[in-house]
Design a protein around this ligand. Sequence first.
Ligand SMILES: [Zn+2]
Length: 251
Amino acid sequence: MPFFKSEAVVLQATDYAEYDKIVSLYTKNYGRIKGIARGAKRSQKRFGGALEPFTCNEVDFFEKEGHGLARLESCRILNPYTAISQDINKIAYGNYLLELVNILTPEREKHPEVFRLLLFFLNLLSEQSPREEILRIFELRLTSLLGYQPQFLQCVSCGQSFRLQEDYRFSIKKGGILCSGCHKGNQAFLSLSHGTIKLFQQVQQVSLVKLNRIRFSPASRGEGKAILLNFLEYHIGKKPKSLEFIEHLKQ
Ligand SMILES: [Zn+2]
């Protein structure tokens, strides 16, 4: 029975049967893992608060051959992220980060950069008041790491590089900008300004530590939300559930 150890962030935990919990974890060493924590509901002693969403743990687990679920043996809390779990707005934004990782990452595919990105954004959310553009930046960076980032450097139809004289629109299906020769003024494509295109190019390219200095103009906030949420919904096939809660809090 192989035994594993890794740092991991709890993405989701749901009650299972009488005493157990099913947990979705994003681990640094093995990617996204689904596991069962036996007795977690019955006894607080063994897992304590370690299975709460956002919590970063060092986890030990093992796998029985031919069994889809890993068996969670123990957790040692490294960071409980209480600054997030005690603030309703931070919970709403944080849940969205966790849900995107849960939906978009393939199970058991090692990707330490995704783990690093998630921790970076949980730290950011923990330390600052939540800003909606943080979600847009996370969407752009996560899709880039997973290899299906929207394209802002060149027209996705003819391949011509971005230039300032051109008027662009965005194609959800093709996942990128279209030049005027390719969109032909078709209103079915979403409009976006040069400012937003250049901003998104920057978000996709700068180092992680510089991301926090980036600020969106009101226009880019609106365009970014329309484009990226539609783009993600097209890929996922549905709207992420946690978006509803964010919208509800804003009202
Ligand atoms: Zn074109």
